[in-house]
Design a binder for this molecule. Structure first.
Ligand code: SF4
Length: 362
């Protein structure tokens, strides 16, 4: 049957940086913590599976599961030149890229095994407690920012898993932790890490850049100049200094994406390069909105005309943020424009925002 050393050798060959094995696929301790957090309204994220029994027991998803092979791929590139996007955004969607790596690894494992085996595979969007599983396998330890931190690669890693119906000798958990450090807690611009190991997603910038609907003024300010995601709590982490870099140039961006680029997206015919990146799943309007917010928060005059052109956008949501952004950038210039706009704007929501802005700045 499959040997642990062979699985690790093949995982490396398939391009994975880390491969660890665990048979601890039920999370009783985490289940109790989750139950308490659910009561207090601190579910890990609105995108996380809401079924507490499923997220805490892999056998509920794959009843034959005996072992989890937990894999990781670093996306920490040598040079990052995209200040408005999280580091995890590369020219290829990592879900697809790593899924292909997993398929390749499974083919190699099947060839190696004497008998066929059952398996299930996941990349990032696993419907169970992926980080708890990674911790059990010793891929890393849980940082106070809730990310899995590997001593060699840091926390800028993508996780993937293969569940097997085979018994394989497990690895041990790592015996490391954050010690007395609390840099991530003190550095979060949104104060979203409310205590070690507990992040309030509703304040987290990464979530706010994905949240649909009308953002409050406070939320718009918190977003700052981030168009997609936020890496502050990982960037300040000492475990992310002097780490091994990614060996996958396919997971990095080859060009600088500026604020103007996102404001000017043609939503009907979005650029192919954007469709291939892992930031289009919430739609292109949300990227455009975030770019308008980033421009407003920068208060740079160079964005005024570009945003003024968005007052004729077919989406009331975009017009809503555009009127607010113009006031943030240049109040006196924007005031006159909004006064005229009030008579021709047909969306009630946008009209109400114009009235609020005109009254507040009277
Ligand atoms: Fe832990 Fe410090 Fe890193 Fe936060 S910044 S995860 S406290 S080591």
């Amino acid at each position: 049957m499959l040997k642990k050393s062979k699985i690790k050798e093949l995982a490396k060959k398939a391009g994975f940086d880390i491969c660890r094995i665990t048979d601890k696929i039920e999370f009783a301790v985490e289940k109790n913590i989750l139950k308490k957090r659910e009561k207090r309204g601190y579910w890990p994220s609105p995108f996380f599976n809401k079924d507490i029994n499923k997220v805490c027991d892999i056998k509920q998803i794959f009843s034959d599961a005996e072992t989890a092979v937990v894999l990781a791929v670093s996306y920490q590139q040598k040079a990052d030149n995209n200040p408005y996007l999280s580091k995890y955004i590369g020219k290829n969607d990592y879900h697809i890229y790593i899924y292909n790596m997993l398929e390749n690894l499974i083919k190699m494992l099947q060839k190696e095994a004497e008998k066929p085996f059952k398996f299930q595979k996941f990349v990032d969007t696993a419907p169970f407690m992926e980080r708890a599983l990674a911790r059990n396998a010793g891929v890393g330890f849980t940082g106070k920012n809730s990310f899995i931190i590997n001593p060699e690669y840091g926390s800028f890693i993508f996780l993937a898993e293969i569940m097997l119906n085979l018994k394989i000798e497990p690895d041990k958990k790592l015996n490391i932790d954050c010690g007395s450090c609390r840099k991530c807690i003190d550095s979060c611009p949104a104060e979203a890490i409310i205590k070690p190991y507990l992040t309030d997603f509703s304040r987290c910038i990464s979530y706010l850049t994905q949240k649909r609907g009308i953002l409050t003024l406070k939320e718009r300010k918190i977003i700052g100049k981030n168009i997609w995601g936020c890496d502050v709590c990982q960037e300040v982490c000492p475990y992310n200094k002097n780490v091994k870099h990614s060996r996958h140039p396919e997971l990095k961006l080859d060009k600088l994406f500026v604020i103007e680029y996102f404001i000017n997206i043609d939503r009907k015919h979005p650029p192919l390069e954007l469709k291939e990146m892992a930031l289009s799943w919430r739609g292109f309007r949300i990227l455009q909105r975030n770019a308008i917010i980033a421009a407003a928060n920068s208060r740079a005059e160079k964005y005024f005309t570009i945003i003024k052109n968005k007052l004729e956008d077919r989406s009331p949501i975009i017009r809503f943020y555009a009127v607010w952004a113009l006031m943030e950038i240049n109040e006196s210039k924007a005031y006159k424009i909004l006064e005229e706009l009030l008579y021709i704007e047909d969306s009630k929501v946008v009209k109400a925002e114009i009235k609020r802005l005109l009254n507040d700045n009277y």
